[in-house]
Write a protein that binds this ligand. Structure first.
Ligand code: NAD
Length: 300
């Protein structure tokens, strides 16, 4: 009697489909809600005006300013660019900020970065009236982020929170790893996610140097990476089913890539943001959201 043939090996489980999270439709939805709020404010005689302060010439900043103006126009928000010479001193810029603080028509101010070397942006931000802090970068705004009762928060960190909310992600009890601890993204985001009861771990350069980054990522259910190192995060480091938000913008040759190695990560993730097209399209919308929130806070 011949021995029965060994059963055929079970087929490998199909890789679950990884969802690509596009930022633009989320941004458009938020813009539509904001437009309604802006109309309600206008009915109460509250007009919004955003002023961007730019010191010197910078191709990147010019692109941002043009995008901001276009979005502001489309939402019925007045927008003005104050361009100062590249030789301006800190005192010159502070003088402009103080003028904007005193102007009742100006409801929000952006300090366009980078500024020339002779200007420490921190010294300027501290002079801005927190009630006009459209970028959510004033220490007063950041203090409220810490306490969990902020009107405004840094735009990119807010963009990440909006994406997770749009995903229906409940952070309560989730293992969250944030890679990057900058003042504008990683640190405020850690606090914002902690305020939602995520179990947050913030990794940074020292985590990598101590060879511990992969250990943290291995248990993460949500990963946000904001580092500025092209394709740093590899799929094989991730737990299957991770939701990965990639904030990074890196130029590699003539390509823009994120901080995650997209091709290997998408094989492991339940959902992932592409670069470009993920977080980026939401940042300016968050600026407008902050502007509306400031106006609401001032007139409620
Ligand atoms: P940053 O440059 O101020 O700080 C970098 C952070 O990454 C630090 O915490 C540093 O310790 C950490 N880091 C550096 N190398 C690392 C490594 N090998 N391993 C682990 N951690 C490491 O950061 P930023 O200003 O928050 O910018 C981060 C990235 O996000 C950049 O690519 C930037 O262009 C991008 N960014 C995108 C948007 C957007 O709208 N999408 C907005 C802001 C920043």
């Amino acid at each position: 009697m011949s021995t029965p043939a060994a059963p055929a090996p079970a087929p490998a489980p199909a890789t679950a489909e990884c969802q690509l999270i596009q930022g633009r439709p989320i941004a458009q939805r938020i813009q539509a809600d904001l437009k309604t709020e802006i109309e309600q404010l206008r009915a109460q005689n509250v007009a919004l005006k955003l002023v961007a302060v730019m010191v010197g010439e910078n191709a990147g900043s010019t692109v941002y300013v043009n995008q901001q103006r276009k979005l502001a126009d489309s939402m019925g928000i007045a927008y003005e660019l104050m361009q100062l010479p590249g030789t301006s001193t800190e005192a010159d810029v502070i003088q402009v900020v103080e003028r904007l603080n005193a102007d009742p028509a100006v409801t929000g101010v952006i300090l366009q970065q980078p500024m020339p070397q002779q200007i420490a942006i921190r010294n300027i931000i501290e002079k801005l009236n927190p009630a006009k802090d459209a970028e959510g970068m004033h220490p007063n705004s950041l203090g409220h982020v810490l306490m969990g009762d902020a009107h405004v928060a840094p735009c990119t960190a807010s963009a990440v929170m909006e994406i997770l909310a749009a995903q229906g992600m409940n952070l309560y009890g989730k293992e969250v790893v944030i890679v990057g601890h900058s003042d504008i993204v990683g640190k405020p985001l850690t606090l914002m996610m902690l305020n939602k009861f995520g179990t947050t771990t913030t990794c940074h350069i020292a985590t990598s140097q101590a060879h511990k980054l992969q250990d943290h990522l291995a248990t993460a259910e949500v990963v946000v990476v904001a580092v500025g190192v092209a394709r740093l995060i590899k799929g094989e480091w991730l737990r299957p089913g991770t939701v990965l938000i990639d904030v990074g913008i890196n130029k590699v040759g003539d390509q823009i890539v994120g901080d995650a190695d997209f091709e290997s990560c998408k094989l492991k993730c339940a959902a992932i943001t592409p670069v470009p097209g993920g977080v980026g399209p939401l940042t300016n919308t968050m600026l407008m959201k902050n502007l509306v929130a400031l106006a609401r806070a001032a007139h409620h």
